[in-house]
Design a protein around this ligand. Sequence first.
Ligand code: PRP
Ligand code: ZN
Length: 297
Amino acid sequence: MSQRLKIAIQKSGRLTEKSLELLERCGLEFTRSKDELFCFGQNMPVDLLLVRDDDIPEFLREGICDLGLVGDNVAEENRLKAQAKGQPYPLERVRGLGYGRCRLSIAVKRDFDYQSIEQLAGRHIATSYPYLLQDFLDRNGVRAGIAYLSGSVEIAPRLGTAEAICDLVSSGATLAANNLKEAEVIYRSEAALYQRALEDQPEKQALLQRLLVRLDAVLKVAESKYVMLHAPKAQLDAICRILPAAEAPTILPLGGKEDTVAVHTLCRETVLWEHLEQLQAAGASAILVLPVEKMLG
Ligand code: PRP
Ligand code: ZN
C-alpha cells in the first residue's frame, strides 16, 4: 500500500494563508473537501489537515499527522508541557519558515511603572501559555500566579482578574487597543516545519526528503532580490560591498554619463531598508529592489 504524507496546518488564523501559499509554491496541488478541513493532494501523495494550531503538536505526537506547519511558540509550549508531565516529546523542528514572526511577551497596564520582573512577584498573570511563562518565571526566580485563559487574554487586566498578561505580540496593535504595554519579551517565534519520527516509514521519509529539496529552493528564492542601481564609478567598490550576499555584479554604462554606471546584481540575503540607506549614503541613486520569481542554479 502506498503511504500518504499528512501535513497539519492552522485552519484559520495568521499562519493559514502563508502556509497554503508555501506548500503551493513547493508544487503541491490540493482539492479541498466540502467541510474545508481536509485537502487531498492531487499531484503528490501529500494531504493536508486543517486544524486548530494549538492541536498540531499533539496530532504529531499521536501520529495523526506526520508534519506540521506551526508557530515555535505552540510547539515549545507543548514540549515544556510534555517535559513537566514526564512524557516523551518525539518531535523535531525541521526548518524555520520565515513567516508568522511574533514574540511572546509579558505586558502590563500602560500606567504601571514597570522596571523589572521582580515587580510581578505575588501578582497574577493571565496567559494561554502557562508552561512557557512558568519556565520564564522560574529562570528569573520570580513567584507569581498564573491564570490560564484559552483566549481574549488581553482583557484580563481590565476585568481585574490579573495585573499582567503574557501573550503573543506581532504588530502590537492588540496591546495598544487594550491600554497595555510590553514589559518583557520571553520567547521569539516564527512558523516552522515540525515532524514526528519517521524512521520506521521509509516511504514517507523519502517523500519528506523530496519535499525538503523543494522547500529549501523556495525559501532561498524568498530571500533573494534582484537589485539595480546607479553608482558613481569612484564609489563602485564601496557600494558593492554593502549589498548583502551579492553575486558578481553586471556593470553597464549609462548613456550620456561618463562618471556613473548602472549596477545589476542578485542578492541572496534579505535586502533591508538599512542596506538601501547605506547605499544611498555611499552615493548610489535610482535604487530598485525586485522580487525573484524562480531561480535555477
Ligand atoms: C495573537 C494574540 C493577540 C494578537 C496579537 O492571537 O493572542 O490577540 O495575536 O497580534 P498584534 O500584536 O498584531 O495585535 P492570534 O491571532 O495568533 O490567535 P491565536 O493565539 O488564537 O492563535
Ligand atoms: Zn491558536
